[in-house]
Design a protein around this ligand. Sequence first.
Ligand code: ADE
Length: 234
Amino acid sequence: MSTPHLDAAPDMIADTVLLPGDPLRARHMAHEFLDDGREVNTRRNMLGYTGFYRGMRVSVIGSGMGIPSCAIYATELARVFGVRRIVRVGTCGGVGDIELGDLLLAQAASTDSNFNRLQFGGHDLAACADFGLMRAAVDTAAAQRVALRVAGVFSTDCFYGGDPQLLARLLAHRIRGVEMESAGLYGVAMREGFQALSVLTVSDHLEHDAHMPPTQREQGLARMTALVLDSLLP
Ligand code: ADE
């Protein structure tokens, strides 16, 4: 079976999928974390792999950037491949009292995108994480003594430009991260009936013009991936 965007055979995608934005990140994660990892998608270079993490079958597939791309993959994974759990593992810009390299669990995702309104008759959807996945991630982080911040994020369509007052609005609402996908992923999950979660590494900060150096970025993403995979184990 294949879809317009995924050329994988039906049984080649696991029912649990990690979804980084960058397809090369998906390849790197598969090499670092999966036993017997096999390439299952190359269509549009949106690389995808399926293998085993401590005996759990899992796929890692790139989502691309932005809600439209992420929502296409999430929808096809759920509808056509029967995927039941999708965890976005990405990066975000920090807002307020959060530091570069911190891990942020997106409890809910506000947005300037119209995507969820298009699906929801023009109303505002409260796009939120699956409680079971969120609880498992929080418990795993506590058991491993890994600091994991739980807060709202903002999924923007505008990496450049957009609302000039955005930072002030985010601070006023205690939102701690800006990225470009979670509100769409959560909206699709609520509609399609699968579990979804976003865990993000703070890679830059909106108030300090700071960016994570490559080594720290690498270590942070590895730490986040290990935490997420451990939290998904039965
Ligand atoms: N992803 C990582 N940093 C970001 C930022 N500052 N804005 C939007 N998406 C991001």
